[in-house]
Design a protein around this ligand. Structure first.
Ligand code: NAD
Length: 231
């Protein structure tokens, strides 16, 4: 059997921007209208669970209405030639809907819920979550989201995926949110590294080749290059 090179993609909110899902920190980004301390922390949940549920219910509506864009779609073709692992900070399911088969969600998934006292069992969410809605263990259901200040349970697995990869592609992340941002520096010395982002990202000195532009335009270009060069 062909020994495929290991290719890891670390994606952030920017890859879904052209699907109509707002990014996090850009001007006009989602969080300009919300205080993260009011909606995306465990303290916020304790203070006002209805506000938190309403916020994530709205996010879920937005994700369900969105479609994968050319960036999500073009990544799928890499699976023919590479051992592809996608690690995403996104809570949407656009990689999966495009057809990617190996996706690890670092910060949870908006289409799932879980009990407030058990983070290892998740349930699909078909309709809005509400205060008083209980998991089978009798505890309130919460969105299956890693809030700011909470541990990232998938982080160890993500580090071990990145550590021995041959190719690392970072797409649409400001690398401001830790510990996820640390993955950009977790690969080996000889990994081929690429970053796709319209903004200037301070990774040139780390040996990253920058495809500067939007994901829907630049990811297909990079994918074609990789498929032709297997590099
Ligand atoms: P961020 O908003 O901090 O950074 C977004 C990055 O995307 C920026 O570097 C920006 O220049 C770039 N960008 C903007 N438009 C782009 C485009 N069209 N193509 C490519 N890149 C583009 O987002 P982050 O670094 O992912 O961190 C935000 C956190 O918020 C994450 O933890 C994530 O879980 C969450 N979040 C998720 C979603 C989602 O699931 N789609 C959306 C917003 C926020």
């Amino acid at each position: 059997m062909e020994n495929k090179k290991k290719l890891v993609i670390l994606s952030g909110a920017g890859i879904s921007a052209e699907s109509g899902i707002k990014t996090f920190r850009d001007t006009g980004g989602l969080w300009e209208n919300y205080d993260i301390h009011e909606v995306a922390t465990f303290e916020a949940w304790q203070k006002n669970p209805k506000l938190v549920l309403d916020f994530y219910n709205a996010r879920r509506h937005q994700v369900v209405a969105a479609e994968p864009n050319l960036a999500h779609h073009s990544l799928v073709a890499l699976e023919k030639s590479f051992d592809v692992h996608i690690i995403t900070q996104n809570i949407d399911d656009l990689h999966e809907r495009a057809g990617s088969s190996n996706v690890l969600h670092l910060h949870g998934e908006i289409l799932k819920s879980r009990s407030i006292s058990n983070d290892s069992v998740t349930f699909p969410v078909d309709e809005d979550l509400y205060v008083g809605q209980l998991a089978p263990d009798g505890q309130q259901l919460r969105p299956h989201i890693v809030w700011f200040g909470e541990a990232v349970p998938a982080m160890d697995e993500a580090i071990s995926i990145v550590r021995d990869c041959d190719i690392l592609i970072i797409i649409g992340t400001s690398l401001n949110v830790y510990p996820a941002a640390g993955l950009a520096y977790a690969c080996g010395e000889f990994t081929n590294k690429f970053i796709v982002d319209p903004s200037t990202v301070p990774l040139h000195e780390k040996g990253f080749i920058h495809y500067q532009g939007s994901a829907a335009k630049e990811v297909p270009t990079l994918v074609n290059y990789l498929l032709q060069n297997k590099a």
